[in-house]
Design a protein around this ligand. Structure first.
Ligand code: PHE
Ligand code: ZN
Length: 877
């Protein structure tokens, strides 16, 4: 029905503001029910701005109490104001101070953008456009100013008062009130503003920077949770040291604070000197957090910290450039984790994530370039394409330039753009200038949507000892982009001889090859290698050197050969994944596998498990059977989730059957007896053990009992959760009892409740939807908390295709009805859940039709936010 304004914003319309904000002085008077914000903005026209140019400040759901210029209240004819803007019709043509006052109701702010309350704590979220919900402002990232913030609040409700920068003053005001003044000397855009006021506990520590400055570190949280913040603190100190070592970047303020809050739309936010975190990415103790949680905490703490240089010191000119900071910072956090843990294991992890989330986005109705050129709602563009594909693009730059060349370019980036709000073009220019390369073709990666498909054919001529390799590339059309340009695709490669060792060659002609890098820069490149003594097996895209889909020409035998012999661990893993995916996908679409194929695959898995040179974390990833959504994506069209689930389970049974006993004995031998530690080695051992439990549960009759026993005996959440989640996903006889026990055992811990919600939502049993409905409509379900809603509905749409994409439409309707309700409370959470419908075009027609019906009903029967309408229209289109 009716929707909010449908206006589209275009990159091509970018123009600087006619006015500059010279400095910002904010005064927050926080009272129990309302907060009064007085803003004094020192403003001046730019040199080119003609006198009489109106000044238009953004607002969002604001109500103006008073407005003055240079201390004198404005007459009514001098300004126009409504909830969304304050316009000074004819501002002075000189520097002046604009003073406004507004009153906010943070407790009623369920959108969690701007100033809101989370469990009593006042906190803010301003990226991308939340600051305009706090005060009238030029709320865009290219308006940079120094901020001074004074805040006063009742001492009893908010003994802790925090904002960006350094604390410069504080004291008592009488009447139970107190105040603090914070000053941030660094120019920043409003989206990096933050304020926190509340009754919080904390832990503190310090870090001495490479130039010898001592920085105070604090992590603030609900009282009683302090002991769960130490892993986050440790991660922070390691991040600070790593950024100095690896990128020469030193922290720049005297204080760095982190606050954990329970209601948060994303993972965390990099506000200058005052990061605000979703508490699930801070709190960890062995009994309630999994190894995966520890891993995420480390990664996100690092990510937000790294933003201080890539995002804050150098920010984005406009929101179209979002991946300038996000892609680069994800690349940096991936590198951090690789250096701190195992590089190959991290790479596999990141590629799995890319294939599970980004490839489906890039191949469906929500596809968009990493640097889009239009949007209706910017909040819908915090996507895996911007983040994870953005990181892959930076990784390709690092591959092209080499380690030293990449560091040189990054140094130049920091030197040239520090203090600026800049663009992708400027970023690429830095890499061109530092390397002398022409990167104009490479830039297409940022501007074009879609995952390239690379085709491979080869032949060998023994008489002339030449080997010929042809690589082709093709990108399917994506919304709004019917034709595609060829990309510059770096292909890291090696040739492997019949005995499994690397093979040399004489010369290569026909295309650009730099050492072990083929530059695939046209639709098709044919390379001729001379002096090749035997027919080689090619190992292509080592380390996943480009975010592409590889239509390999290799048969199962060659894939298993690579799995055994490739010197590149990523490709060893990938070869087995490809072999497995192909067998399942074929079976699901009517081509049965042969006994020999299964035997060979089983042998490869067993050999991996028996190989003493491989570490447990790597083995765990090798025995991880591709998930149903990944197989569905591989099939691509006319997908029947039931057929995939059946084929997958059948294959696992065929693989496991003859070796179940052996797997069980390896499983038993892997039990960790040492006290719990989240370190990579111990976590790897647990993940292998739980991987085996998963295989045994899907593939044998032993699993159900093993899982129940593991659940009962577990001494940490990793093992307990794995046992429950595996049981639920395989819907074993023991699953209902484990779900029941878990729910009551941890009642009262919301972050553990999320785990229950996820496991329950991913179970493929026919009762899943009723169970979810009952949970969601229970009177005590926290309907406004994003973590709860995402754990239930996000997990369902993304990871339970059997129930979500039911042919009777029950799954789809359950979700659209929930989305309609959630949209009234928090449009960002609602639209994020709705993106699960992007799979519709891949489904068989019956399911697609009922899915579209559910979406059309949502559109016709409800007044929807801009967030939800945009996603809906793009999927229906
Ligand atoms: N900028 C945050 C990050 O990636 C993400 C975020 C976006 C958080 C919008 C809140 C709101 O680190
Ligand atoms: Zn980020």
């Amino acid at each position: 029905m009716r929707t909010e304004t449908e206006q589209t914003i275009y990159l091509k319309d970018y123009a600087p503001t006619p006015y500059r904000i010279v400095s910002v002085d904010l005064d927050f008077k926080i009272l129990e029910d309302t907060t009064r914000v007085r803003a004094q903005l020192t403003i001046e026209p730019r040199e080119q701005t003609p006198p009489g140019t109106p000044l238009v400040l953004n607002g969002d759901e604001l109500k103006l109490d008073s407005v003055a210029v240079d201390g004198a209240p404005l007459v009514l004819s001098a300004y126009v104001s409504d909830a969304n803007a304050l316009t000074l019709v004819e501002p002075p043509h000189r520097r002046f101070v604009l003073e406004t006052e507004v009153t906010l109701n943070p407790a009623a702010n369920t959108k969690l953008m701007g100033l809101y309350r989370s469990s009593g704590t006042w906190c803010t979220q301003c990226e991308p456009e939340g600051f305009r919900r706090i005060t009238y402002y030029l709320d865009r990232p290219d308006v940079l100013a120094p901020f001074k913030v004074r805040m006063s609040a009742p001492k009893a409700l908010a003994p802790v008062l925090l904002a960006n920068g350094n604390l410069v003053d504080q004291g008592d005001l009488g009447d139970g009130m107190h105040y603090a003044v914070w000053e941030d000397p660094f120019l920043k855009p409003a989206y990096l503003f933050a304020l926190v006021a509340g009754d919080l506990g904390s832990i503190s520590d310090s870090f001495t920077t490479m130039s010898g400055r001592k920085v105070s570190l604090g992590i603030y949280c609900t009282h009683g949770k302090e002991n769960e913040c130490h892993y986050a603190m440790d991660s922070l100190k390691r991040s600070m040291a790593w950024d100095e070592r690896r990128f020469g970047r030193e922290y720049d303020l005297d204080v760095f604070n982190i606050v954990a809050v329970s209601d948060f739309n994303f993972g965390a936010m990099e506000n200058k000197g005052l990061n605000i975190f979703n508490d699930k990415l801070v709190f960890a103790q062995p009994e309630t957090a999994t190894d995966a949680n520890y891993h995420s905490i480390e990664r996100v703490i690092a990510h937000e910290y790294f933003h201080n240089w890539t995002g804050n010191r150098i920010t984005c000119r406009d929101w179209f450039q979002l991946c300038l900071k996000e892609g680069l910072t994800v690349f940096r956090d991936q590198e951090f984790t690789s250096d701190e843990r195992s590089r190959p294991v991290q790479r596999i992890h990141d590629v799995q994530n890319l294939r599970t989330s980004q490839f489906p986005e890039d191949g469906g109705p929500l596809a968009h370039p990493p640097r889009p050129d239009s949007f209706r709602e910017i909040n819908n563009f915090y996507t895996t394409t911007v983040y994870e594909k953005g990181a892959e693009i930076v990784r390709m730059l690092a591959t092209l330039l080499g380690e030293a060349g990449f560091r040189k370019a990054m140094d130049l980036y920091f030197e040239r753009h520090d203090g600026e709000a800049t663009t992708i073009e400027a970023f690429i220019k830095v890499f061109e200038d530092a390397s002398g390369r022409d990167l104009s073709q490479f830039a297409t990666w940022y501007l074009q949507a879609g995952t390239p498909q690379v085709g491979v054919t080869d032949s060998y001529d023994p008489a002339s000892q030449t080997y010929t390799l042809t690589l082709t590339q093709k990108v399917e059309p994506t919304p709004g982009e019917p034709t595609k340009k060829p990309l510059l695709i770096p292909v890291r490669f090696g040739l492997i001889g019949p005995n499994g060792s690397p093979m040399g060659f004489g010369s290569v002609s026909g295309g650009a090859v730099e050492d072990d890098l083929i530059l695939l820069d046209r639709d098709s490149v044919t390379l001729t290698f001379t002096g090749v003594a035997n027919k080689p097996v090619p190992s292509l895209f080592r380390g996943f050197s480009a975010p592409v889909k590889i239509a390999s020409n290799l048969g199962q035998e060659e894939l298993l050969f690579l799995a055994r012999h490739d010197s590149d661990p990523f490709n060893r893993w990938d070869a087995l994944q490809t072999a497995t995916t192909t067998l399942i996908a074929n079976a699901a679409t009517g081509t049965a596998w042969s006994g020999t194929e299964v035997d060979a695959l089983r042998q490869a898995l067993v050999d991996t498990l028996d190989n003493p040179e491989l570490d447990d974390a790597f083995k765990a990833q090798v025995i991880d059977i591709p998930t149903e959504p990944v197989i569905g994506r591989h099939i691509g069209k006319n997908v029947d989730p039931d057929a995939i689930a059946r084929a997958r389970a059948d294959l696992v049974r065929a693989l496991v059957g003859p070796v179940a006993e052996k797997l069980e004995s390896i499983y038993r031998g892997l039990e960790v007896t040492a006290p719990y530690s989240p370190d990579a080695r111990q976590a790897g051992q647990r993940s292998l053990r739980n991987g085996l439990l998963n295989l045994l549960t899907t593939g044998s009759d032993r699993g159900s009992d093993l899982a129940s026993r593991q659940y009962d005996n577990a001494t940490n959440m990793t093992d307990r959760y794995a046992a429950m989640a595996i049981s639920a996903r395989n819907w074993t006889a023991g699953a209902p009892a484990l779900l029941g026990d878990f729910r009551t055992r941890f009642a009262g811990d919301p972050l553990v409740f999320d785990k229950w919600l996820t496991a329950s939502a991913q179970a493929p049993d026919d009762g899943a939807i009723e169970r979810m409905r009952a949970t969601l409509t229970a009177p005590d379900f926290p309907r406004t908390n994003p973590n709860r809603l995402r754990s239930l509905l996000g997990s369902f749409v993304m990871a339970n295709p059997v129930q979500f994409a039911r042919a009777d439409g029950l799954g789809f309707r359950f979700v659209t009805e929930a989305v309609a309700e959630i949209d009234k409370v928090n449009p960002q959470v609602a639209s994020r859940i709705l993106t699960g419908f992007r799979i519709l075009p891949t489904l068989e027609t019956r399911r697609r039709d009922v899915g579209l019906d559910a979406l059309r009903a949502l559109k016709e029967q409800h007044t929807l936010s801009r967030n939800v309408s945009e996603i809906l229209d793009r999927i229906i289109a």
